[in-house]
Write a protein that binds this ligand. Sequence first.
Ligand code: UTP
Length: 404
Amino acid sequence: MKESILKKLKLLKQEHISTYLQTLPEHEQQAMLSQLADMDFSVLEAAESAEQRGKFAPLRAVTLDETEKNRDYYTEIGLQAIRGGKVGAVLLAGGQGTRLGFEHPKGMFNIGVNRELFIFECLIRNLLMVTEQAGAWVPLFVMTSEGNCGETQEFFAKHGYFGYRAGMVHFFVQEQLPTVDREGKLMLAERGRLSAAPNGNGGWYASMAKTGMLESVRQAGIEWLNVFAVDNVLQRIADPCFIGAVIASGKVSGAKVVAKAAPEEKVGVLCLEDGRPSIVEYYEMTEEMRSSREPDGTLSYRYGVILNYLFRVESLDRTLSVRLPLHRAFKIVPYMTETGETVIPEEPNAYKFETLALDMVKLQDDCLAYEVDRSREFAPVKNKTGVDSVDTARELLRRSGIEL
Ligand code: UTP
């Protein structure tokens, strides 16, 4: 094994790792070699090239008004699906939350002011509202990563699953990919260990398959999975009205979207690309697309995604044989030098490789864009201060009548 790994490292121009490896005592070498053997190094070969995009066209959404008119109808369909055990929820909690700079899983962050209110608790409370209404549980799959799985599970257990039924919560761990410095060189995390990071939120379904979770999904007869981010504290999970609207539309997926506040707002917009549902990033839009308006005066590319999707399990299976595009993200990555010094950078210093959940939308035949009221459903906690921060999320929680 050693020979072939050293050969591979040479081929990939990563000889500094080979040199370091040889300085370790035998048993540490073995441990590092087995980490190296399991690592997917294809990311090092994947040159960063701009993805070829197709022809974009606007995609209309079920608007707030339309939903209001059909609320009872959609809600009943959604509740029936939940009662029939056909809906599962997937909490994406494997991220490292580097922008927030909180040294525990983001869900453990206390967003309360005069009392404790953890992000995980906010989410579970929202889910409990649905399960109480339905009179049925929704299986919850929690994606964690190597660095936070233990702490996340302990936290849920310590807090009695925030009132959720323990047997309905299933944790699984996503995969890792190596991180590289500015020069594309592999880095060390600590003595005898290569630096690696979670492989992005697009890996959730493949990780469910690998960890046996998908088997449970199939055995339980779950037909729909509602996947959502940990960091939106106003997140509505397994929302019966949304589920009902998607089922009634006959489409295989749905995305919660919010109307952009202004043309220049930096959010990914749900649209059509070569006739298929797709998300166009802010920086990929031409000025013309950004400012284009419909006859009624609204923006043509109007609906931003909030990382809350509903997928039909059957049509997700197809995605397992497809390689999602890899995105490079420049982040703060603490590391160890080859001489053994630990460095905790203040600024981004390294690239992580990530697949994104939004790229799964493109693999769907169709997708219902479902507008939600951003002041009621979108309060992301991304940064320490400023935009999408703890302060803005607290303000939005207060406005929604939640005591902090
Ligand atoms: P972000 O893209 O905000 O990434 O994740 P992050 O790692 O949490 O935070 P920053 O960018 O370092 O500050 C959006 C959602 O996707 C999940 C996150 O936990 C969050 O719910 N995610 C992200 C994963 O589950 N795994 C990943 O590898 C990345």
